[in-house]
Design a protein. Structure first.
Length: 163
């Protein structure tokens, strides 16, 4: 056997050898291959935020998890959520007492249940903050959207943890 052929045969054998049992990517919870995400409920007086958070959850699930989004009637799992509080805190002001920078903190509870049985698979609460600069024409909604983007990412990370 020539010297050049030896390494090539080793590479070919390695390519066809059985795997070690590891799988790349996200590992789904037992029985959960599809998930429906209900529109997040909003217990606060700040309207329209629930739609942005729901949209961000859909995007994060589709891009970061092994789950597929499905209709509520066809999904293995159903995720619901509730915005329970949104608070704004002024960080700095101008000399004229105008808000220069503020933080918005958002608290959201999530539940994941099996659609067929209604069994609770996971329940968790997350909080996150976003900031905005009034001097740049931003408002508290800008800060809340920043917080929701982070919350959606963290919620999907929480789905990856064992049930």
């Amino acid at each position: 056997m020539s010297r050049a052929l030896g390494p090539a045969l080793l590479l070919a054998a390695a390519a066809f050898a059985p795997g070690c049992g590891y799988e790349a990517g996200w590992i789904r919870p037992d029985g959960g291959r599809t998930i429906a995400v209900d529109v997040i409920e909003n217990d606060t007086f700040r309207r329209e935020l629930e739609f942005f958070l729901t949209q961000r959850l859909h995007e994060e699930i589709q891009s970061r998890s092994g789950l597929r989004i499905a209709s509520r009637d066809a999904a293995d799992l159903v995720m619901t959520g509730r915005i329970v509080d949104v608070r704004e805190r002024v960080v700095s002001e101008t000399r004229r007492d105008d808000v220069f920078e503020s933080h918005v903190t958002v608290w959201v509870t999530f539940r994941v249940v099996e659609r067929r049985t209604g069994a609770l698979r996971k329940e968790f609460t997350l909080a996150d903050s976003g900031r905005f600069f009034a001097s740049a024409g931003e408002d508290s909604e800008t800060g809340a959207r920043e917080a929701f983007s982070s919350l959606a990412r963290r919620a999907v990370e929480n789905l990856e943890k064992p049930f």
